[in-house]
Design a protein around this ligand. Structure first.
Ligand SMILES: [Zn+2]
Length: 88
């Protein structure tokens, strides 16, 4: 990840722990697809519920890097909306 936006120079990490807030958006983005995976696996396999939940999270793992980046982008948009920082 770049320290600054290559186009406008915006500093991405404004302070230590800046992206902790992105975890809220990561959570919001992840729950619906994992819930759908749980429902699908439960209907299709007939496995025990705890196994279905574990399998759904394992199936979801390849999407985690993309969702993490989307969550960071959403976090930066929200942060810039409420506390804008001029590019340097
Ligand atoms: Zn930019």
């Amino acid at each position: 990840m770049h320290a600054n936006c290559p186009v406008c120079g915006l500093r991405f990490v404004r302070e230590p722990g800046y992206f902790v807030g992105a975890m809220y958006f990561s959570y919001l983005l992840s729950i619906p697809p994992v819930f759908l995976l749980v429902l699908l696996l439960w209907r299709l396999t007939g496995w025990r519920y705890d196994l279905v939940v574990l399998a759904a999270f394992v199936c979801y793992l390849p999407a985690v890097p993309a969702v993490t980046r989307w969550a960071r982008v959403i976090w930066m948009y929200v942060d810039q909306h409420f506390d804008p920082e001029r590019s340097t």
